[in-house]
Design a protein around this ligand. Structure first.
Ligand code: F6P
Length: 358
């Protein structure tokens, strides 16, 4: 029998996951290995084990597809993260069951493609004796241990495309448009998408904003003859002396969402201008990956197989200085990378007259 490796995708999906799977399969087949793709994140590891045998035929043509052909979930038996900075422990019996399934299937290592929460789970599996390799993934681009994650560029492209569309309708009606985008506690999607889409104001969690200053900026633009104003609001954007807009689900989870509407209402009241809000939501996560995300995903998948081959278990693939390297998973979890208000990127935005409402 050929040596076997497992792979699973966990947490929120993002464009580029299928590029990783294809990269894993082609690199593994080159070494003469077989790949099992466990379904629906870690849940596929539960007895009797739910998986697809992934080979070059099954992964042929999947590169341009959004989502993940093996499914994912951000809930279930393996949730190790219960909120920012809070680590829960995956039940020992659940981990033991997963280990038995992997042993029975003769899987020598597991490649886990996921975000911070999934890496927290990966660490616990590794500590329990399962050979794990992590591949970081998130559209939010907020992991300290890697300079970039695939999925981010595709999300930014969706924001820029939305702004291009909003610009024509906003200009026709001489309106203010507020576009709410994802990103959780980080403003990367808003910042990059806003610059690429020609936003006039960008509100991010790292730079608390002031409604009066933002309204004054819009009135100034009006006075100078601008026909419209585009405001990008990261879902985690925070007004000075205010709070992030979160809502609790019936399951007790806190989710971001709603700041765009609040900003639109406040701006309409303060400027007297017609203002509308558009929430981009999961359009940022779906659809075909950009070329950059296809390449990064492929490189990450290939590197993960190399790390298995070299026995670097407990490592996570990481992108640093244009090279795909690796870092210990233990050093990667729970470390968020946020936008630095004094960074060159923020200054560049200011230099093209983008307001942060501060
Ligand atoms: O972390 C990725 C992300 O898309 C965030 O930007 C967003 O807040 C969240 O996931 C949405 O999660 P869900 O798909 O569970 O609504």
């Amino acid at each position: 029998m050929r040596p076997r490796v497992g792979v699973l995708t966990s947490g929120g999906d993002c464009p580029g996951l299928n590029a990783v799977l294809r990269g894993v399969v082609l690199a593994a087949e080159k070494l003469g290995w077989e790949v099992l793709g466990f379904k629906d994140g870690f849940e596929g590891l539960l007895p009797p084990g739910q998986y697809l045998v992934l080979d070059r035929t099954r992964t042929d043509g999947i590169m341009p597809l959004g989502g993940t052909i093996i499914g994912t979930t951000n809930r279930g038996h393996f949730i190790a993260k219960v909120g920012e900075g809070k680590r829960a422990v995956v039940a020992a019996e659940v981990i033991a069951e997963a280990r038995e399934v992997l042993e029975r299937l003769l899987v020598r290592a597991l490649i886990i493609v996921g975000g911070d929460g999934s890496m927290t789970t990966a660490l616990q599996l590794q500590e329990a004796g399962i050979n794990c390799i992590g591949v970081p993934k998130t559209i939010d681009n907020d992991l300290e241990a890697t300079a970039m994650t695939f999925g981010f560029d595709s999300a930014v492209a969706a924001v820029a495309d939305a702004l291009d569309r909003l610009h024509t309708t906003a200009t026709s009606h001489k309106r203010v448009m507020v576009l709410e985008v994802m990103g959780r506690h980080a403003g990367w999607i808003a910042l990059h998408g806003g610059i690429a889409g020609g936003a006039d104001a960008i509100l991010i969690p790292e730079i608390p904003f002031d409604y009066d200053k933002l309204a004054a900026f819009i009135k100034q633009r009006d006075a100078a003859g601008s026909l419209s104003s585009l405001v990008v609001a990261a879902e985690g954007a925070t007004p000075k002396d205010g709070q992030q807009v979160l809502h609790q689900t019936p399951a007790g989870e806190y989710r971001f969402g709603g700041i765009g509407d609040v900003v639109a209402r406040e701006l309409a009241a303060r400027t007297g201008k017609e203002t509308r809000c558009c929430v981009l939501g999961h359009l940022q996560r779906g659809g075909a990956p950009t070329t950059l995300d296809r390449i990064l995903g492929t490189r990450f998948g290939v590197k993960a197989v190399q790390l298995v081959n070299e026995g670097h278990f407990g490592s996570m693939v990481s992108y640093q200085n244009y090279q795909v390297q690796h870092v210990p998973i233990a050093a990667a979890v729970n470390r968020l990378r946020l936008v630095q208000p004094s960074s060159q990127m923020v200054q560049t935005a200011r230099d093209v007259e983008i307001s942060f409402g501060d």
